[in-house]
Ligand binder design. Structure first.
Ligand code: G6P
Length: 368
């Protein structure tokens, strides 16, 4: 056990640090310098993607958050309508599957009972094809799908998913570009995003170098009972995933909201005892986000902002800023996930919880 963890105190920390390598492994053989290699997604990928008019994503837990990010990408880059739903809801309601739907299941283990049940049910209703994004070769999900993109995360031991999530996102972005090519994405835009994908391992490395600073920041969360995570656009699911990590391993109640919904409820909760975490890459929503931050600050809420170093968010009383590398807006959800993983990890270590095996949770939920 100790040997497998190597120099790391926990599997979770080891897995967080593996991300540059496994993200690179997930892109290998699937992109050139400028393009996504569609045939790497399967010999029938080209024919199939040409027919897809709708994408239905199904997943649970962290994998569901990956699906939520993918929806922003798929609608923005491919212009194909995309729905995302947790498997346990989808399987127990009367659902309508649109014609020419690609039914896309995301699962680290490929054995999550609800996800498999949703897929089997949808098969009865009919769809164009089933695709899986999965980390375990030979799993039930892989065997039951027509197209498969394997994430190359390697075994994930920590119950709280980290490297599986960022490799799912990498695979989903590669898939999105392939689908987008069939739907009019310009070559130059594809080349621009492929370049951004290739920069990911180095950028994640830069974030990992902030480990000591993030550990310092984590001290402010130790004695808190509640926290709020905010993000806009594709950063909203990143906020959801950051909040999930914190609650899973530190047992601090963490809620995530799209920043624009702040005034519709959660603002009433904000006071000096409620830390507010925000992910703010330098994108077109930054100005709006800044005004949300002011609203929080005006109510005495302490802010922890993970912001592009070029975003001009300045630290001041009650506003702690963690400057992150400047990244492409499309790939920023992948990079901005990493500091939130580290934050949760360090809070949990300070609180002395069982980081790798949090109470009441299982790595894979194979029974209902
Ligand atoms: C459990 C795990 C989570 C995981 C979820 C879905 O709740 O603790 O980390 O995200 O199951 O698992 P899957 O294997 O389908 O991605």
């Amino acid at each position: 056990d100790a040997a497998e963890k190597g120099e790391y105190r926990h599997f979770m920390l080891k897995e967080i640090h593996e991300q540059p390598r496994v993200i690179r492994a997930t892109t290998e053989g699937r992109v050139t310098n400028t393009r996504v290699l569609e045939q790497a997604l399967g010999t029938q990928a080209g024919n199939l993607l040409e027919d897809v008019r709708h994408v239905q994503i199904i997943a649970c837990g962290t994998s569901y958050h990956a699906g939520m990010v993918a929806r922003y990408w798929i609608e923005e880059l491919a212009g194909v309508p995309c729905s995302v739903e947790v498997a346990s809801e989808f399987r127990y309601r009367k659902h309508v599957i649109q014609p020419d739907t690609l039914f896309l299941c995301i699962s680290q283990s490929g054995e999550t009972a609800d996800t498999l049940a949703a897929l089997r049910q949808a098969k009865k209703a009919g769809f164009r094809a089933a695709m899986a994004i999965c980390n375990v070769p030979g799993s039930s999900l892989v065997r039951e799908s027509d197209l498969v993109i394997m994430t190359q995360a390697g075994p994930e031991i920590g119950v709280a998913s980290t490297k599986a999530f960022t490799t799912q996102l990498t695979a989903l972005l590669i898939f999105t570009l392939a689908l987008a090519r069939h739907n009019g994405l310009e070559e130059s835009r594809e080349a621009d995003i492929v370049e951004a994908i290739r920069l990911l391992p180095g950028q994640v490395d830069q974030v990992l170098a902030l480990d000591a600073d993030i550990a310092e920041m984590s001290k402010s969360f130790m004695d808190k009972n509640h926290s709020l995570f905010l993000g806009r656009g594709a950063m909203f699911p990143v906020a959801l995933e950051g909040a999930l990590k914190l609650k899973e391993i530190s047992y601090i109640h963490a809620e995530a909201y799209p920043a624009g919904e702040l005034k519709h409820g959660p603002l009433a909760l904000v006071d000096g005892e409620m830390p507010v975490v925000t992910v703010a890459p330098n994108n077109e929503l930054l100005e709006k986000l800044k005004s949300n931050l002011e609203e929080v600050r005006a109510r005495g809420g302490e802010l922890f902002v993970f912001a592009d170093k070029a975003a001009d968010v300045r630290p001041q009383e009650g506003i702690h800023v963690m400057p992150l590398p400047s990244v492409h807006p499309i790939t920023s959800p992948i990079v901005y996930t990493v500091p939130l993983q580290l934050l949760s990890y360090h809070v949990a270590v300070l609180k002395g919880t069982d980081v790798d095996q949090p109470r009441n949770l299982a790595k894979s939920v194979t029974v209902e």
